[in-house]
Design a protein around this ligand. Structure first.
Ligand SMILES: Nc1ncnc2c1ncn2[C@@H]1O[C@H](COP(=O)(O)OP(=O)(O)O)[C@@H](O)[C@H]1O
Ligand SMILES: [Mg+2]
Length: 253
């Protein structure tokens, strides 16, 4: 249970590419251990899922990657860069996008201003920003229609798309997504699956954290199961989907 588990279902696209490597990562809040010595890799273009119940340590894992919570141990590298030495506000410059749990769009700003904030995170202007907006609007036509509306007026599903679009504005090569399906209707969860598949088809690496195991198995090639801060199981998404224990606990079958 304590061994760092490598997720190796697919060959890396390029040996020198942007592989995320996490080894022996731990996170403590005071005396509480939220993440205990976990390890995994995400190869270029690979989509990896982390499933687990509420409180399993999924959000703490993503926040530790982004430098948003202190790590009490471990090594994190992305494309050869030691991320433990990078300040939280600079992680995005290294090509990592983050869609936080609960979306956190700015309700009092327009849709387009929210998107532009994603570009400012990389100090881009002019042409790059216009190209970024065009790409996001092509991926989410509804955001183009609502570009002048306040983000607070969007539905939950539209706000989730806005949060993904904002992260895309910084042109990440790896996207971390924290429970994008939370609170969405089954129809909108299907839409989110479609979005994740588009991102993958565009060559992005994904690290998807979810309580929705069904969605995760469809959207990823490999998964970890987290329980009480530890990696309890790893495997290909197809293997885990058919596992008796996973079916009982995480799929309710
Ligand atoms: N800021 C915090 N302070 C203290 N404990 C926290 C904090 N954030 C999370 N925890 C605890 O850490 C554990 C893991 O939480 P979290 O990473 O949010 O799990 P998940 O995202 O899987 O629901 C839980 O026991 C939670 O109560
Ligand atoms: Mg969480």
């Amino acid at each position: 249970m304590n061994e760092p588990a490598a997720v190796t279902g697919e060959e890396p696209v390029s040996a020198t590419g942007d592989t995320l490597t996490v080894e022996d990562l731990s996170v403590h809040y005071g005396g509480v251990c939220a993440v205990r010595s976990i390890g995994f890799t995400v190869a270029p273009g690979q989509a990896v899922g982390i499933i687990g119940a509420n409180g399993a340590g999924k959000t703490s894992t993503l926040k530790a990657l982004m430098g948003l919570v202190p790590r009490s141990g471990g090594r994190i590298s992305f494309g050869g860069t030691d991320l433990t030495r990078v300040k939280a506000r600079d992680v995005v410059r290294h090509g990592i996008g983050y869609v936080p749990e609960g979306r956190h769009v700015f309700p009092g700003l327009t849709v387009e201003k929210n998107l532009l904030l994603g570009a400012y995170a990389r100090s881009w202007r002019g042409e790059q920003t216009r190209d970024g907006l065009a790409e996001v609007y092509a991926l989410f036509p509804v955001l183009a229609e609502m570009r002048g509306r306040l983000a607070g007026a969007l539905s939950g599903g539209q706000q989730q798309m806005l949060a993904v679009g904002r992260a895309l504005m910084a042109r990440p090569r790896l996207m971390l997504l924290d429970e994008p399906s939370m609170g969405l209707s089954p129809k909108l969860v299907e839409d989110i699956l479609g979005v994740l598949q588009r991102l993958r088809a565009d060559g992005l690496s994904l690290l998807l954290v979810e309580q929705n195991a069904k969605l995760t198995f469809e959207a990823t090639s490999d998964c970890l199961v987290m329980e009480n801060g530890e990696v309890a199981m790893t495997g290909t998404s197809a293997e885990l989907r058919d596992d008796v224990r996973v079916r009982r606990i995480y799929l309710g079958l």
